[in-house]
Ligand binder design. Structure first.
Ligand code: DON
Length: 566
């Protein structure tokens, strides 16, 4: 009996030590592109990728690594990694099964359609985008526990790296210091008690961020399970912290939260099988609509980022985003004509009025007539057994609502802004919507997140996803078209300049580096173009089965993102 007890303690302690062994919290450097033979993890932060990699190396599978990486991101990437937000997971298991897991935030029971309108009926976006009223009921912890049966290790092992990083701290980069400093005023205005993200002086690169309250919250979760977050001390801190300041999330909202397994969006594009996220994300539907609209054109012959290939994608995007605004919302609450939106004949008809060389027009591109009958972060993982996981998770804006739960040390999301707070009023990513995405108690707000897998001959070929609000589906589309149509390697597919169109506003957004000559040609066709900041931070794994070092794992050069593997 006693021997068995010591053995259990020994295995537990050695598992925890191993899980943290390769994490070098005080000295680390991001790796951008790696070519490896067995397994890979790509995420927004070196320490989170290392947490995932260390679990893989000790025998965990891709689900173990996804859980460990997400909890680590909640510590080392407070702008978007989270336990106070939500996300989506798309997985392909080595036995051939696929699933998608929805742990999107929900509207609290006390939420109502016009809750962000003033007395005159005007939308008050400051309320939906910032502070205590902007928070949806968080889903991340429920989601990660829902995924746990597919993992090999127990939660305490998977959470050990995150807890250690929160407790002992980690060194922040210059960019992270600047980002925390940029949120300083909001943090101070909203949070009356001291919080880990604000110190007396401004942050600078090389400082150590220690989060003892977050470590205690993570420890409660690790010991008690999901109820360590949705009930008891943590739930009370959430309810009290928010309600004292005008927020509306209650203990019941937290207790009633449920993550949901959903049937993924599945379709074929040029012989590849694509698996992506269904509603309440618009991402998978937009992906299918756009790729199916362009599939019968010779995209490869048009060449990468020629004016003609950009125009074709822009016109397909315009039409898909018009449909998003009109029809899409949480299908558990509203009827969404998903089947019709994805019918080949519908999509062919939809793109049939596009005129090469002449700009389309969003005023004339209403949503299609259905025949009768946008701070987020992404993780891509492939393990040595052939399981692949794609996860996108978010607080919505950078540092979410900027509300830190007093005593519990984590940041709450501002996801309520992803609802259509008033018909036609754009959210913080410029997306408009209507009744389909109106607020209702318990409803999930429409998302654009597009965690995606591509299979070739039933085996993982690409694992991909990105943050970026409404630019998410269009970034994923371009990464896929770059590889499948333009035959690019993974690094080029991710890092080449991107562009974006979302129906309204009727503008093609381009990144710095987009060809000025092509931009001029598009202007000559009648398009309005606007240069904007970086589009997305794509994390992509591509598998080339015939090669020995078969895995290309790429962390977007647009951020501190990091690829690990072996
Ligand atoms: O779910 C969505 O579509 C948005 N809340 C995502 C926000 C996002 O990607 C921010 N990152 N840059």
């Amino acid at each position: 009996m006693r021997i068995k007890f010591y053995l259990i303690i020994f295995v537990f302690v050695s598992n925890c030590l191993l899980a943290t062994a390769q994490i070098t919290a005080y000295q680390y450097e991001a790796q951008k592109n790696i070519t490896v033979s067995r397994a890979a993890v790509v995420s927004a932060h070196t320490l989170a990728s290392q947490a995932g990699e260390s679990i893989l190396k000790k025998g965990g599978n891709a689900i173990d690594a996804a859980i460990a990486t997400q909890f680590a991101l909640a510590v080392v990437y407070p702008g978007a990694g989270n336990i106070g937000g939500g996300g989506f997971m798309v997985a392909h298991l080595k036995n051939g099964k696929d699933f998608s897991l929805d742990y999107r935030e929900t509207a609290p029971a006390a939420a109502f359609k016009d809750m962000y309108l003033d007395a005159a009926g005007n939308a008050v976006t400051a309320m939906s985008q910032w502070g205590y009223k902007a928070c949806g009921v968080p889903g991340t912890v429920a989601g990660l526990f829902a995924a746990l049966p597919y993992a090999k290790f127990k939660m305490p092992v998977l959470m050990a790296p995150a807890i250690q990083l929160a407790e002992k701290g980690f060194v922040i980069t210059k960019e992270e210091a600047a980002s925390l400093n940029s949120a300083r005023k909001d943090f101070m205005d909203l949070n009356k008690e001291p919080i880990a993200f604000v110190k007396k002086e401004l942050w600078k690169g090389g400082d150590t961020l220690i989060q003892p309250q977050l470590a205690a919250t993570l420890t409660r979760i690790s010991k008690l399970g999901a109820s360590g977050f949705y009930e008891g001390a943590t739930a009370l801190m959430i309810q009290n912290g928010l309600q004292k300041n005008g927020g509306i999330i209650s203990l019941d909202d937290l207790k009633n939260y449920k993550a949901k397994f959903r049937d993924p969006i599945r379709f074929n594009y040029r012989g590849y099988q694509i698996i992506s996220m269904p509603l309440p994300s618009s991402g998978g539907i937009i992906l299918q609509q756009v790729l199916k609209m362009i599939e019968n054109k010779d995209v490869q012959a048009l060449q990468f980022q020629s004016a003609a290939s950009v125009q074709l994608l822009v016109e397909a995007e315009r039409r898909a985003f018009a449909d998003r605004a009109q029809y899409m919302g949480d299908a558990d609450f509203v009827q969404v004509p998903v089947k019709q939106l994805l019918e080949d004949t519908y999509l062919q008809k939809r793109i049939s009025d596009y005129i090469p060389g002449k700009a389309g027009n969003s005023k004339e591109t209403e949503a299609g007539i259905i025949p009768e009958h946008e701070e987020t972060t992404h993780i891509s993982i492939l393990d040595a057994e052939g399981n692949a996981v794609s996860v996108t998770t978010t607080l919505n804006g950078s540092y979410g609502s900027r509300v830190v739960i007093a005593g519990a040390g984590f940041i709450m999301n501002n996801e309520m802004d992803d609802f259509s707070i008033k018909e036609g009023v754009p959210n913080m990513y410029g997306a408009v919507g209507n009744a389909a995405n109106a607020i209702a108690p318990g409803k999930r707000m429409l998302s654009s997140m597009t965690p995606t897998l591509v299979l070739k001959n039933k085996k993982p070929f690409i694992v991909v996803g990105t943050p970026g609000g409404t630019t998410i589906p269009t970034s994923v589309i371009q990464s896929l078209v770059n590889i499948i149509d333009f035959k690019m390697n993974a690094a080029d597919a991710v890092n080449k300049p991107k562009f974006h169109h979302q129906w309204l506003p009727d503008v093609i957004y381009i990144e710095k580096g987009f060809s000025p000559a092509v931009a001029d040609s598009l202007r000559n066709m009648g398009y309005t173009l606007q240069t904007r900041s970086a589009i997305g931070r794509t994390e992509l794994i591509k598998i080339n089965p015939t090669q020995k070092k078969k895995i290309e794992a790429v962390a977007d050069h647009r951020g501190d993102d990091d690829a690990r593997g072996y």
